[in-house]
Design a protein around this ligand. Structure first.
Ligand SMILES: NC(=O)c1ccc[n+]([C@@H]2O[C@H](COP(=O)([O-])OP(=O)(O)OC[C@H]3O[C@@H](n4cnc5c(N)ncnc54)[C@H](OP(=O)(O)O)[C@@H]3O)[C@@H](O)[C@H]2O)c1
Length: 248
């Protein structure tokens, strides 16, 4: 069983905690927030200790609350604060932080020499699979027309970062992205391949933030089987695909 410490218990972190606390492969041992107003959180009928990271000596906390992995859904600068303990204790890291600076990312990469690190600005299994499947189809059928459609709730003003990432991974310009803003759609991404005599549509719909937890759980399960290093979500998916296809 992998013992986990979760950083961040906001909109995303609380949904992730729901998934990790009910998966029998994991023991969610504690939650770290900026400040802990309440010292425990009840999840899946268990009392999980909550620690205020900025109010605690983290090294002492780890002495009494050891874990095998940190899952980070907090803020970019947390990494620099817990990184040395992570390195010293060889804990795995699953970081979903989307806005690391280049300096922080370099630091995360450097930790890969001592332990297993995975950073992904998009941690849903579905979107990562969609990107991989789209790249595969594009390599098989480079002659097909490709367009990306993204739909979100009315208030979202900017083009979806995920759509931009899909476009970048397929080497498409931003003019290939069409955005629709309608009602309360949480997030819809579609990659449309127009062949001369057929059309292929790969679609992903976000339903709830718990999908971030499913992604983190997948990464933890895969990272456990890896050697030390710095991995992307795509690295782990590719490794899984290779195993499935029995390709050396
Ligand atoms: N990769 C992905 O697919 C993905 C998806 C969703 C979110 N994210 C990332 O997850 C992060 C959180 O997003 P959110 O929407 O949940 O934000 P949020 O609701 O503002 O929650 C942030 C959480 O981080 C905690 N926090 C702040 N500073 C901390 C520190 N120094 N140490 C420990 N915890 C600290 C906050 O604690 P308090 O409650 O005490 O203030 C809060 O619980 C963001 O960086 C976002 O980019 C990534």
């Amino acid at each position: 069983m992998i013992r986990i410490g979760l950083f961040g218990f906001g909109k995303a972190g609380s949904a992730v905690a729901q998934i990790l606390s009910t998966d029998p492969r994991f023991a969610l041992c504690w939650i770290a927030k900026r400040t802990a107003h309440s010292k425990v959180q009840v999840l899946a009928d268990r009392e999980i200790p909550v620690v205020g990271f900025e109010e605690t000596n983290f090294s002492n906390w780890l002495d009494t609350h050891p874990v095998d992995a940190i899952v980070d859904f907090s803020v970019p600068h947390s990494l620099m604060a817990y990184g040395e303990e992570l390195r010293r204790r060889e804990m795995m890291l699953v970081s979903a932080i989307s806005a690391y600076t280049e300096f922080q990312l370099d630091y995360a990469r450097s930790l890969g020499a001592y332990t297993r690190i995975m950073c992904s600005p998009n941690i849903t299994l579905g979107i990562n699979f969609l990107i991989m499947a789209s790249r595969l189809l594009r390599s098989i059928a480079p002659f097909a027309d490709v367009e990306i459609l993204e739909q979100h709730f009315k208030e979202k003003s900017e083009v979806s970062g995920t759509a931009k990432k899909i476009a970048q991974s397929l080497e498409l310009g931003s003019e290939k992205i069409t955005s629709l803003r309608l009602g309360g759609i949480i997030g819809h991404h579609e990659v449309i391949f127009g062949f001369p005599y057929q059309t292929v549509r790969l679609t992903h719909d976000s339903i709830k933030r718990e999908a971030f937890g499913t992604g983190a759980a997948f990464v933890l399960g895969e990272l456990e089987k890896c050697g030390n290093g710095f991995y992307s979500f795509e690295d782990l998916l590719t490794k899984k695909l290779r195993e499935q296809l029995s390709v050396p």
